[in-house]
Design a protein around this ligand. Structure first.
Ligand SMILES: Cc1cc2nc3c(=O)[nH]c(=O)nc-3n(C[C@H](O)[C@H](O)[C@H](O)COP(=O)(O)O)c2cc1C
Length: 331
């Protein structure tokens, strides 16, 4: 089964994706956090963070839009950059987006989704040669990443006939509601109904943290096209590679075992790439720290408590580096 790295704004940055692909690997495609409109144009900062991957790992950009007009501007910008695969976000639960009718906030609007799907058909049929789009050679594929609804799973089922008719390459479903954000029970019953009724390749997303869970999804849902993993991979960047090797090291290995040493070594390698990039790109301790501290946030269970606290508390680069040196001594 394909393993896809979920996009997480501020965490799976371009440099994170590049370092992960080089050091841990095992991921079939990295989804970039959403590109959005700012002052009528695609947000420059988001565009600059794309094109991070070289070699075989694939990077798929994502857009978030509240209308076909916004959708067109963003899709055009990505096609002009040479992308031939674009994901459309219909799941972001952040009130800033939902209240502006984007992400999960678009799920109850059949009319707008229909208009966007019509635009996808137009772009796909013309292989990226529509008048507004820079002439491309390969056909442009579109996928969707969505939730069951903002307030009720009825929203996804009302949209499904529209989505089934659209020329989508894949749908990723996170079976929660927008109002749940990232917590609360996953609605497997609705997921199963969607799985049965969806005519496109379906990818499952939500709360996967171990190889055995990936295998269980594969067993329960044999038609599944893949799983998309976010926080589970941030917490255990080796997860995709472990699945690929079919080594089930489900629980965190004891702190002094060889496997854990190897894991820590790779974490430090990855950190070095991200740290060097932050020092080159940003200025001043607080800017650099805010970019590198987030690397450790989901890794809390994998590193000693004392060092984690030191990293989190560091207000100066020198304090931060002391904590990293202590980590290096462990590996
Ligand atoms: C801080 C944060 C930022 C996120 N940013 C995005 C994003 O830009 N685009 C997107 O489709 N999903 C985004 N997500 C959702 C994740 O891609 C994913 O769907 C969610 O975390 C559930 O999967 P997981 O349990 O494997 O982490 C974000 C989630 C978090 C917690």
């Amino acid at each position: 089964m394909r393993i896809l790295f979920a996009p997480l704004q501020s965490y799976t940055t371009g440099i994170y994706r590049k370092a992960h692909a080089e050091i841990f690997g095992g991921v079939d495609a990295y989804y970039a956090p959403f590109l959005r409109i700012e002052n009528g144009k695609p947000r420059e900062k988001d565009l600059r963070d794309l094109n991070a991957l070289e070699g075989n790992a694939r990077e798929i950009p994502q857009i978030i839009a509240n209308s076909v007009d916004e959708f067109k501007i963003l899709a055009d910008a990505l096609i002009a950059k040479g992308y031939t695969e674009i994901d459309f976000n219909m799941g972001c639960p952040f009130p800033m987006q939902v209240n502006r009718h984007r992400g999960a906030g678009i799920l109850n609007d059949k009319q707008t989704v229909q208009e966007i799907m019509d635009e996808i058909r137009k772009i796909s049929n013309t292989n990226g040669t529509a008048p507004t789009i820079v002439k491309g050679t390969a056909p442009v594929k579109f996928s969707v990443k969505m939730r069951l609804g903002q307030d009720s799973p009825d929203e996804a089922f009302a949209l499904l006939p529209i989505l089934n008719e659209a020329p989508l390459s894949q749908i990723t479903l996170h079976p929660r509601l927008g109002k749940q954000q990232y917590k609360g029970a996953i609605d497997f019953k609705s997921f199963e109904k969607f799985y049965e009724e969806c005519r496109h390749p379906l990818v499952y997303n939500g709360d996967i943290t171990s190889v055995s869970q990936i295998c269980e999804m594969e067993r329960r849902y044999p038609k599944l096209a893949g799983v998309m993993i976010g926080r589970g991979l941030l917490a255990r960047p080796s997860l995709a590679a472990e699945y690929k090797e079919l080594r089930d090291i489900n629980c965190v290995a004891p702190l002094n075992s060889d496997t854990h040493q190897d894991f820590l070594g790779k974490i430090l390698q990855m950190h070095q790439v991200i740290f060097d990039h932050a020092c080159k790109t940003y200025q001043g301790d607080s800017q650099i720290l805010s970019h590198v501290q987030s690397f450790w946030e989901y890794l809390e269970p994998s590193i000693p408590k004392k060092i984690f606290k030191k990293i989190k508390k560091a207000g100066k680069l020198s304090e931060y580096q002391e904590a990293i040196t202590a980590m290096k001594e462990l590996s």
